[in-house]
Design a binder for this molecule. Structure first.
Ligand code: G
Ligand code: G
Ligand code: MN
Ligand code: NA
Length: 253
């Protein structure tokens, strides 16, 4: 059992952790990005975000939790830059509850200042549905933080309103194509392979593309053929604890 009160105490009790999953540049095989994924270490087990992010959004606790996530991710990115260990861009998942707040832009600026991170070393992952409600205001805020250098990734692309036709107007740097399209690459007859067209359209809009959930060498080969810029998935690495990131960077380059 997990109550709102348990979740409220997760931060003061020091129970939140970030795992990091890399994404790899297909052209070089190097790690270009690290996605921060939240974990809640309770006394008896690790709770995954699927079990608590929704409750955190409904109760507003996603605001302090999201602050903890971004602050820790920025500190980690700043430390990697200082140590000269390569500087992959660290991305965090952003809830719409955080974006719609009046102080969103000031909050981003404050955390960047307080952690000393280079804003170009961090990114927010947002879903298409986040952009769709309150479209204009959300776009303006994202455009503003993008002017500081923070990058914006469109997550789970293809699962929502397919905004391919708006892509060029969106303040977005990278689209992350949902795993379901990568799964279709296992199809023998190739009939369901629409990922190649998505990649071409994205490139025409001058966006780079990450394919999510890549698990096999066969999928990777097809994604390289389609000129996908980056791949993320268990084929290269599962999400790893922060202390294991240096080893991961050594292994993958
Ligand atoms: O790590 P895992 O595959 O269980 O993540 C499941 C979902 O939880 C993903 O859709 C991811 O976007 C979301 N998620 C992970 N970490 C965070 C976070 O820090 N904030 C928010 N809002 N969502 C997160
Ligand atoms: O919604 P979002 O894209 O942020 O979700 C990321 C989630 O996808 C994480 O929970 C992560 O553990 C999971 N994930 C990442 N790579 C793979 C993969 O190759 N296969 C599967 N099944 N899940 C993956
Ligand atoms: Mn994500
Ligand atoms: Na994702």
């Amino acid at each position: 059992m997990m109550t709102e009160r348990d979740l409220r105490e997760a931060i003061p009790n020091g129970e939140l952790r970030l795992s990091y999953q890399p994404f790899i540049e297909t052209a070089t095989g190097r790690v270009s990005g690290l996605e921060a994924l939240l974990r809640w270490q309770r006394p008896d087990r690790i709770v995954m975000p699927g079990e608590f992010v929704k409750i955190a959004e409904e109760t507003g606790l996603i605001v302090p939790i999201g602050d903890w996530v971004f602050r820790n991710a920025c500190s980690f990115a700043a430390a990697m830059r200082r140590q000269g260990a390569g500087h992959p861009v660290v991305s965090v998942n952003l809830s719409v509850v955080q974006l719609i707040r009046g102080d969103f832009v000031d909050w981003v600026r404050e955390v960047i200042g307080a952690t000393g991170v280079d804003p170009r070393d961090v990114a927010f992952e947002i879903t298409e549905s986040v952009l769709m409600d309150n479209f204009e205001a959300n776009i303006d805020k994202l455009a503003e933080i993008r002017r500081f250098g923070v990058r914006i990734y469109l997550d789970d692309f293809g699962t929502g309103y397919s905004s391919l036709k708006y892509l060029r107007q969106l303040p977005v740097d990278i689209i992350k194509i949902d795993k379901s399209f990568v799964d279709d690459l296992n199809d023998i007859d190739g009939q369901r392979e629409i990922i190649g067209s998505i990649i071409s359209l994205a490139h025409r809009a001058r966006l780079q593309v990450v394919a999510e959930g890549v698990e096999t060498e066969g999928q990777l080969a097809k994604l390289i053929k389609y000129k996908c810029d980056f791949v993320q998935g268990f084929y290269y690495s599962r999400p790893v604890a922060q202390q294991d990131v240096p080893g991961l960077l050594l292994r993958l380059g």
